[in-house]
Ligand binder design. Structure first.
Ligand code: MSK
Length: 669
């Protein structure tokens, strides 16, 4: 039977549902309407299409008459699926890493005095990362050090031989595995090019070998480009620590100029945050009849300014069109990645100005104001002024009145501090909680939205199941916002959803049961947490020993595949929802799961059913506990600490909040 192209329920987000209904009534096209008309290509979806040369494209679909088809050149289903996967991973690694490169260039601009408006906001982080690049800190002033770190980071892209410097941050045992398997990335650009070369027609035609190459490329993202992006962003804009802010479309304001930043790189958005607070621009907005300037974000640019300045998020990936449908957005400013082309035609139906800003990204129909860090403040002012000028053109608005509070900003530095304190920062309490069984394990639930499955439902269901089972959850990207919208990133969520052991941990430390760790590039913060856990003692000596899993329930981007692959290569069990892009080859499916597990200790599986994801995850966590000879998970031992009356009151408060937000205890699953 043919698969449905769209889920029966499009979203669990009441704000998005309101906008979808409006779009349907008015005949506006959105991802939610297009997915109902456009079924996924069954050949491409399963990795059966080879289009890398002009003898094809060849569709390697098995039939009764030809159960094991090959391409015109003789390429097997395994080779084709592996090549496609490797190319996806290389594209994802390239996107993330290029983001890191841009951050390094801006840091260099700070050092040379050419990056207008930027500064080193976190000197301690700069001093902390310099030694990884082999740079001595003592006796150097900040700008000199910034220049040396930026130059060393940029050199990592062009390295031809040797090892990426950040690999030394991984557990020793992990580094040995990589060296033994020749998985050590040499230079970031070199590994991306290596994949594009070896997957050219007539090159590498051994599925296992192609996929090993893709792991090396992914590692150059996770322990290279993305980690550089995270670190240098922290240096320039500050290392995040918890603060309170809000998420969902209700953060847009009816009486203010709404400026929405969308994409990934924080360089321009940070300047927009700054200039939107300038009295002259606020006065200018007032002169146009608005009460002020309201900033909000979408996707990971949102996460960048959310966790550092508390700028609210209007939503995740599938909310980008919804924001325009409110009629209340004067300007949507986009940089790179995850920007739907449809924004141009949709915004043309409203007064919204869609502004592209990256030298790499233009969209027909959008206004292009090219970003250049040498004139960042001037460009940010020009853009905000343009948004203000557009306010008088606003027609009727329909902002769905849904918002939820969240506490983002759990950098690994903050987690270390909150667990131990200023003078004895440590991951010991976290390891102790896992060893005792208060925490059954840990999970990273990350990644995108995908309209082929119900918007936010996979994230929401899986996270709640983990909480119930005493699994501490960390999140990044659109997954974090998916759960922020339902109050799961607040302390009260521990009382409402957490099992007894996890609740005790949250009460003792004073944290939400779901920790927001940043944007997609910030998955590297999770690598650092896992490394800290592995080296702290008591949970083995490698990431592969830790009772933990990584999940991307609603993935859609190539970056997600790169993230999954670098976590697997680092020893983690990674599960993807939605569908399998290698389904057409049992061999490739097996290599990426059992095969990788044998050699690198981590694996990558594609499991569309969220219940099965939870089942496999918990089984894996329990097996890792058993391998470490930790006590079997027993929730009946926990939950007797704390002030039970206070817990009741807080639970009541949490229920009232949910009712106030959504009119029902919890949005339907
Ligand atoms: S934005 S890559 S949809 S997480 Fe980072 Fe969201 Fe996925 Fe884009």
């Amino acid at each position: 039977m043919a698969k449905e192209s769209a889920p029966k329920v499009l979203t669990i987000d009441p704000a998005a549902a309101e906008m979808i209904k409006f779009a349907e009534e008015q005949g506006y096209s959105t991802a939610f309407s297009r997915v109902q008309k456009l079924a996924a290509c069954p050949i491409g979806e399963s990795g059966a299409c080879c289009s890398i040369c002009d003898m094809g494209p060849c569709r390697l679909v098995p039939t009764k008459a030809n159960p094991d088809p090959v391409g015109i050149c003789g390429a097997t289903r395994a080779t084709v699926a592996a090549r496609n996967m490797a190319r996806h991973i290389a594209a994802g690694a390239a996107a993330h890493s290029d983001h890191g490169r841009d951050m390094a260039f801006t840091l260099l601009g700070i050092a040379t005095g050419e990056a207008q408006g930027y500064e080193v906001r976190d000197p301690a982080k700069l001093r902390a990362i310099a030694p990884y690049f082999g740079i001595k800190v003592e006796g150097k002033d900040l700008l000199k050090l910034a220049g040396e770190v930026a130059a060393a980071a940029l050199a990592e892209f062009g390295n031809q031989k040797g090892e990426l410097k950040y690999l030394s941050r991984a557990p020793k045992k992990r580094q040995e595995i990589w060296r033994r398997l020749r998985l050590v990335p040499r230079g970031i650009d070199r590994e991306v090019v290596d994949i594009l070369h070896r997957t050219h027609t007539g090159d590498d035609q051994d599925a296992e070998h192609i996929l090993l190459g893709s792991l090396r490329c992914a590692l150059s993202d996770g322990w290279g480009g993305s980690m550089i992006a995270t670190d240098i962003s922290d240096v320039m804009f500050g290392t995040p620590s918890p603060l309170v802010t809000q998420a969902n479309l209700g953060v847009l304001k009816d009486d203010e100029v709404n400026v929405v930043v969308h994409g990934h790189e924080p360089t321009l958005s940070q300047m927009i945050v700054r200039v939107a607070m300038e009295p002259e621009l606020i006065e200018y907005a007032k002169s146009k009849g608005a009460k002020g300037i309201n900033l909000a974000g979408i996707c990971c640019t949102a996460n960048e300014v959310l966790m550092r300045q508390g700028i609210p998020s209007a939503g995740n990936d599938l909310s980008q069109e919804m924001a325009i449908l409110t009629g209340a957005v004067e300007a949507m400013i986009v940089d790179v990645q995850c920007i739907m082309q449809s924004l141009a035609s949709l915004s043309a139906k409203f007064h919204t100005k869609l502004i592209t800003t990256s030298p790499k990204v233009k969209i027909s129909g959008a206004t292009h104001i090219e970003f250049d860090e040498h004139h960042a403040l001037d460009i940010a002012r020009q853009i905000v002024r343009l948004a203000v000028d557009n306010y008088p053109n606003r027609q009727a608005t329909r902002i769905p009145q849904y918002t939820a509070d969240l506490v983002p900003g759990f950098s690994h530095e903050y987690i270390r501090y909150m667990l131990g304190g200023t003078y004895r920062g440590s991951f010991r309490p976290l390891n102790d909680a896992v060893m005792a069984g208060r925490l059954r394990g840990v999970a990273g639930v990350v990644g995108c939205n995908n309209p082929r499955v119900t918007h936010d439902q996979g994230h929401n269901y899986i996270v709640k199941e983990f909480l119930k089972n005493d699994v501490l959850v960390v999140q990044t990207g659109c997954g974090a916002i998916a759960n922020a919208k339902y109050g799961l990133l607040m302390g009260e969520a521990a009382l409402e959803y957490a099992g007894p052991g996890l609740r005790e941990v949250c009460e003792a430390i004073g944290i939400p049961p779901v920790l927001h760790m940043g944007s997609c590039v910030d998955n590297t913060r999770i690598l650092t947490v896992l490394t800290e856990m592995a080296t702290e003692g008591g949970l083995g000596d490698d990431i592969s020993d830790i009772p933990g899993v990584g999940i991307a329930p609603e993935w859609m981007s190539e970056k997600a595949l790169s993230i999954g692959a670098y976590f697997a290569a680092s020893g983690a069990y990674v599960l993807f929802g939605v569908n399998s892009p290698v389904e057409n080859s049992e061999e490739v499916t097996r290599i990426m799961s059992e095969g990788w597990e044998k050699i690198v200790g981590g694996k990558m599986e594609f499991v569309p059913d969220p219940e099965e994801i939870v089942r496999r995850s918990l089984a894996h966590i329990d097996a890792k506990r058993a391998a470490l000879k930790l006590p079997a998970y027993d929730p009946s031992k926990w939950g007797k600490s704390g002030d039970s009356r206070m817990a009741e009151l807080l639970k009541l408060h949490a229920e009232q909040r949910q009712r106030a937000l959504y009119g029902a205890p919890v949005p339907a699953e």
